[in-house]
Design a protein around this ligand. Structure first.
Ligand code: SF4
Length: 694
C-alpha cells in the first residue's frame, strides 16, 4: 500500500485495525497492514491514506501510547486504530456476563448470566469448560452421543487489543481419551465472539438435521446446513459468507472428518486456525453442527487502556530481542538443532535424527514455498506461515504476478502433482514433524499438501501423523498385512501414499476406517502386539517433542488432563494462559500476564490468585478424568519411551513415578491416587463442582 511518498525519507508503518474498523482493511486483507508514508506524516495523514474521515470517532495509539491526529509517525511505528468504546468507562470489563446455551435437539436457546464471581473464579477457557463438563455431562456418557456437550470458551482477556489475546478454547468429553477434552485455537473467531457480546457457548443435545448457527451480535439463528454437509471447509466458508452477505463474518466449522466422526477431527476457524487436539470436531459432527458464523461489532471494554497499551508497546519495542525468530520463521526453525541433539521424532519415535531434516524444516518452508506470514487478532508477531504452491510453473508465475504483484515467488511442484491453496495457511512445526520426518518423508511439497488437506478436511495433524507412523511400523513388522489393509501398502518414506491415506481416513474408506479410530483403539482392535508400538498417553497421540530428549516435557505428557499434550498443560503458567485466552508464544513474563489480566478486567488480582486460578482449572479437569474412570495408571508414558534413543536414555518406571508423585503433592492431590484432597477442594472453592465429580 502506498500513501504520500513524495519525501525522500519515506517511512513504513504497521497498522492494526480493531473491531468494526476492520471495514477499512484493504480488500481480502486481514491482520496488521503496512503503509508507506512521507517522512513527516501524522496520524491524520495516515487516516487519509486509509480512507477514514479526519473527524471520525477513532482512537489511535502509536507504539502503545495514545496519540492525537497531529502525532508525527516514525519509521516502523506500530499504530493501533481503536473504536471509541475500547477503554470506555463501564462497570464490567473484559467479559459480558453472558453465556449462550444452545439446545440443538429442540433448537432453543437461553442466556445464562452467572455473575462476576463466576468469571473471577473460572476466568474462561479451561476453567469454564471443566465446570460445565462436570455439571452437564453424565458420568460414563458416550462422547459421541447426545449427552455430551460442546463448550466454546474464549477467556476474559480474549478480544482485548494486545498481542496474543485472540484465543479461544473448545471442550467436551473427548472421543479419543474418554476424559477431559480441550483444545485451543488462535486467529480471530474468539475475539469476534466476544465482540458479539458472548463469553462462551454451550451446545447441548443433537440436531435432527445438519444445522449451522448464525450469531449476529445478540441475535442467534439456526440455519439449515444440508447443502453444506459433505463439503470441505473452504467451500463452506464461501457459501456461508455469500448467504449471509457480510465478508467480515468469522466462521468456525468442521470438515468431512468431523461429519464422519474421525476421532481426531478438529474444528477450523478462518480455514487455517484449528482447535486441533482431543477430537472436538468429532463431537461437533456428532451433534450435526456444521458451523458457527459470528459477527460482532461491540469492542470488548477495557478497564485501563493506557496500562494495556504499555504491554502492547513492550511487544513491539522488544520484537528483535524476544520475537524476531518467531516472526521470521514461525514454529519449526530449530528442527536441525533438535535433530543434531538426537531429539527429533523419526520413524515412529524410534530415531532421534534424520539426515534429511534441512529439506523439511521451517527454513526450507521460508526459502521454497512460503509467500508471506499471517497473524492472529491484535498480534504484531505475525508467526503464521502461508504457503502457496501451484502444480505447474506457468501457473506459479502467473499467481506471483496477479496475486502478489511480484512481491512473492510462488512455488510449483516439479513433478506436477500437487497445488496448495494459501487460504489454508502453512505447516507449523508439529505438522512438519508429524506428517514429515516421523513418517520418513523429505518431500516438502507433499508435506504441505497433506497439511492443507488436514485443514480442509479438518483433522488434527499430530494424531493423524502418529496414527500413520504406528500403522507403518506395524506394516514394516508384518503385524498389519496387505490382507488387513485391503491391498494398501503402509510404508514409511511414501509421500504420495500418505496423501491417499489422509483422504481415506477423513472419509473412513478401507483401512482408513480403522485408522480414523486413532492408534490406541486401532491397536486394541488389531492386537498382535501392536500396542507396544503406540505413542499415546490416555489414548491421545503424543506431540512432536520427545520426553527422552526434553525433560521439561515429561510432566506435560504424563499429567496433562488431555493426554499426550506438549503444551506443558500441567504448569500453572500455561494453565492460566489456556484459561484467560493468551497465546503461549508471546514472551510475556508472569507479571506481564498479570498486568494484562488486571488492565483488561480491572480486577485487583494478585500473583497468588493468578496461580490459584490456574490451579483451579487443572484440578477441575482432574476431577472430571477421575470421575470418568481414569487413575494413576493412566499417568504413564507408553512402552516406546522406556527404550533408549541413540543419544538419550529411556525413561524408567521409577523416574516417571517420581514425577507423578511430586506433581500430585504440588497440586494438593493425594500423593498415591492423585485425588484432590478435601482441603484442596475447599481452598480452591470447588465444593459445588466437586458434587458433580462423584
Ligand atoms: S504469536 Fe503467533 S500464534 Fe501467537 S497470537 Fe501472535 S501470530 Fe498468533
Amino acid at each position: 500500500m502506498s500513501g504520500r511518498t513524495d519525501s525522500a525519507r519515506a517511512i513504513t508503518v504497521t497498522v492494526t485495525f480493531f473491531a468494526d474498523l476492520r471495514r477499512f482493511l484493504p480488500r481480502g486483507a486481514d491482520g496488521p497492514q503496512r503503509y508507506s508514508l512521507s517522512g513527516n506524516a501524522t496520524i491524520a495523514d495516515l487516516l487519509a491514506v486509509i480512507g477514514i474521515k479526519p473527524d471520525a470517532d477513532v482512537t489511535a495509539a502509536v507504539d502503545g501510547e495514545l496519540a492525537d491526529r497531529e502525532t508525527v509517525l516514525h519509521e516502523g511505528a506500530d499504530v493501533m486504530l481503536l473504536s471509541p468504546m475500547e477503554g470506555g468507562a463501564m462497570e464490567r470489563f473484559g467479559y459480558w456476563n453472558k453465556i449462550l446455551h444452545v439446545n440443538l435437539t429442540d433448537r432453543s436457546t437461553r442466556i445464562e448470566e452467572p455473575g462476576d464471581a463466576f468469571f473471577r473464579r473460572y476466568a474462561g477457557g479451561r476453567g469454564l469448560i471443566a465446570h460445565y463438563l462436570l455439571k452437564y455431562v453424565p458420568k460414563g456418557a458416550d462422547p459421541l452421543g447426545p449427552d455430551n456437550i460442546l463448550v466454546i470458551a474464549p477467556g476474559v482477556i480474549t478480544g482485548a487489543p494486545v498481542p496474543g489475546a485472540g484465543r479461544h478454547s473448545v471442550g467436551a468429553k473427548s472421543p479419543l481419551t474418554g476424559g477431559f477434552g480441550e483444545s485451543e485455537s488462535g486467529g480471530y473467531w474468539g475475539a469476534e465472539l466476544k465482540r458479539a457480546g458472548w463469553d462462551a457457548i454451550v451446545f447441548h443435545g443433537v440436531s435432527p438435521t445438519p444445522v449451522y448457527l448464525w450469531i449476529n451480535e445478540g441475535r442467534v439463528e439456526f440455519r439449515d446446513a444440508s447443502h453444506l454437509w459433505g463439503k470441505i471447509t473452504g467451500e463452506v466458508e464461501d457459501l456461508i459468507l455469500a448467504e449471509l452477505g457480510d465478508k467480515l463474518i468469522r466462521i468456525a466449522q468442521i470438515g468431512p472428518a468431523g461429519e464422519n466422526l474421525v476421532r481426531y477431527a478438529c474444528i477450523a476457524n478462518e480455514l487455517n486456525e484449528v482447535a486441533g487436539r482431543t477430537g472436538m470436531g468429532a463431537v461437533m459432527g456428532s451433534k450435526r453442527l456444521k458451523a458457527i458464523a459470528v459477527r460482532g461489532k461491540t469492542p470488548v471494554r477495557i478497564a485501563d487502556q493506557r496500562g494495556l497499551l504499555a504491554v502492547a508497546k513492550w511487544v513491539s519495542g522488544t520484537m528483535d530481542e524476544k520475537h524476531r525468530a518467531f516472526h521470521e520463521f514461525g514454529t519449526g526453525a530449530a528442527m536441525q538443532g533438535k535433530s543434531l541433539e538426537g531429539g527429533m521424532p523419526v520413524l515412529n519415535y524410534r530415531l532421534g535424527a534424520a539426515d534429511t531434516i534441512a529439506k523439511v524444516d521451517a527454513i526450507a518452508v521460508r526459502d521454497q514455498v512460503r509467500v508471506k506470514m499471517g497473524a492472529c487478532y491484535a498480534c504484531s508477531v505475525r508467526c503464521k506461515k502461508v504457503v502457496h504452491i501451484e502444480e505447474r510453473e506457468e501457473a506459479a508465475r502467473a499467481a506471483a504476478e496477479t496475486v502478489y504483484k511480484g512481491r512473492a515467488k510462488v512455488a510449483f511442484d516439479p513433478l506436477g502433482r500437487y497445488s496448495v491453496d494459501p487460504r489454508y495457511g502453512g505447516p507449523e512445526y508439529e505438522s512438519l514433524a508429524a506428517l514429515g520426518v516421523n513418517l520418513g518423508l523429505e518431500d516438502l511439497i507433499a508435506i504441505c499438501k497433506s497439511n492443507e488437506m488436514c485443514n480442509y478436511l479438518a483433522m488434527d495433524t499430530v494424531s493423524l501423523g502418529c496414527t500413520l507412523a504406528w500403522a507403518m511400523e506395524c506394516f514394516e513388522k508384518g503385524i498389519l498385512t496387505l490382507e488387513d489393509t485391503g491391498g494398501v501398502p503402509l510404508r514409511f518414506h511414501d509421500a504420495d501414499g500418505v496423501i491417499k491415506l489422509v483422504e481415506m481416513i477423513a472419509y473412513r474408506r478401507g483401512v482408513g476406517d480403522l485408522l480414523a479410530e486413532g492408534s490406541q483403539r486401532a491397536a486394541q482392535r488389531l492386537g498382535r502386539g501392536s500396542e507396544a508400538l503406540l505413542t499415546t498417553v490416555k489414548g491421545m497421540e503424543m506431540a512432536m517433542h520427545d520426553p527422552r530428549h526434553m525433560p521439561v516435557m515429561r510432566a506435560s505428557y504424563l499429567l496433562a488432563p488431555t493426554g499426550g499434550d506438549h503444551m506443558r498443560q500441567t504448569s500453572n503458567r500455561n494453565g492460566l494462559r489456556n484459561q484467560i485466552g493468551l497465546c503461549h508464544f508471546l514472551a510475556y513474563e508472569d507479571d506481564q500476564s498479570l498486568q494484562i489480566l488486571r488492565t483488561v478486567t480491572g480486577w485487583d488480582i494478585t500473583p497468588e490468585e493468578m496461580v490459584t486460578t490456574a490451579h483451579r482449572g487443572l484440578t477441575l479437569a482432574r476431577l472430571f478424568n477421575l470421575r470418568e474412570g481414569m487413575s494413576r495408571a493412566d499417568d504413564r508414558l507408553p512402552a516406546r519411551f522406556s527404550d533408549p534413543l541413540p543419544k538419550h536414555a529411556g525413561l524408567t518406571r521409577a523416574q516417571q513415578d517420581k514425577i507423578v508423585t511430586d506433581y500430585y503433592v504440588e497440586q494438593g492431590w493425594d500423593a498415591q491416587t492423585g485425588v484432590p484432597t478435601a482441603e484442596t477442594i475447599r481452598a480452591l472453592e470447588l465444593e459445588a463442582d466437586a458434587v458433580y465429580a462423584r
